[in-house]
Design a protein around this ligand. Sequence first.
Ligand SMILES: *Cc1c(COP(=O)(O)O)cnc(C)c1O
Length: 381
Amino acid sequence: MTTVSTTATTLAEIPLVDLKAQYAPLKDEMLAAIANVLDGMHLFLGPEQRDFEQEFAAFCGTSQCIGVSNGTDAIELALRALGIGAGDEVITQPNSFIATGEAISAVGAIPIFVDVNEATSTLDPTLLEAKITPRTKAIIPVHLYGRPADMPAILAIAEPRGIPVIEDASQAHGAEIDGQRVGSFGTLATFSFYFSKNLGAYGEAGAVTTNDPDLAARVRLYRDHGSQVRYHHEVVGRNARMDEIQAAILRIKLRHLPEWNVARRDRAAVLTAALAGTSLTLPVPGGEHVREVFYVYAVRHPERDRLKAFLGERGINTGIHFPIPIHLQQAYADLGYTPGSYPVTERLSNEILSLPMYAELTDEQIARIAAAVREFDAAGA
Ligand SMILES: *Cc1c(COP(=O)(O)O)cnc(C)c1O
């Protein structure tokens, strides 16, 4: 019990996300694309961003895409484009990255939370109606872990009431429901290209998608200081543009995203098979209508912290998405929530553990992860 096996310590670490493995085969193409941007010295609002916007809109199945500075700003700009501001209520789920709440707060609106379905970790549509008030101005479901939220059920509640839906698709580039990609269901959708996401930049970047040209024009306006003509500012906007180097990098990666997502699904299936019969609660399959993209492979265990430490000692890096729900963050203490407010989210936050997940994860690495979990089970028995 006190000895750490020497074989374990001499094996290479298994990272949570392996960006070097993804970069290696793309290196020459990446460096050439970056050099091309620098040779042209057109650094913002140039050809790379324009082409990326067209290519990413086509990927999502929307008519419009606006490249922006990051995924947090993408949500804020979508809210501003809808005219949402002080005193408005915006519904989202409490088990998201803080950014979803921050963007709502940034426009002066109040985040209202709806708990999630325990099997899917996404917004529970059966709890949605009870939280809608005359002040509800938008609903932001999050496609958490690469699993689409139940968009048909959410839209069936929102649309008759005229409430816009903004998909937070930051964790689900390419995920589908009945063959339709996320980013194309809501009034607007937002994406992050944070480095670890399924489509990640080598810096900060994000995007907004929509099929509404007028909303797209408003996002473009807010993205660039509220200005269409230089030094003429129609609204108080933001500096939230995507830069050309990131756009060039994203264009190269976007061509590989479909194959990476297929590989992630395959790696997830192999992990699930390898971990069968262990003490872990494994991700519940999304079902025949849903195609997940496994941004995160989250398992559950009642002794999560002990398991995390055990795996860490064996060079297996894990994460927690997310350990503290938004409503219990210190930043949101003024909202007055106490533990017990959102029981499903809170239970999940105590038990979830994200295992290594990336397209290049090898069978051998998966075997090591499964062996370590079985060793943990045997030690605890
Ligand atoms: C990553 C993420 C964001 C924020 O994206 P940034 O690009 O880091 O600003 C927003 N929402 C969710 C669900 C995310 O996972």
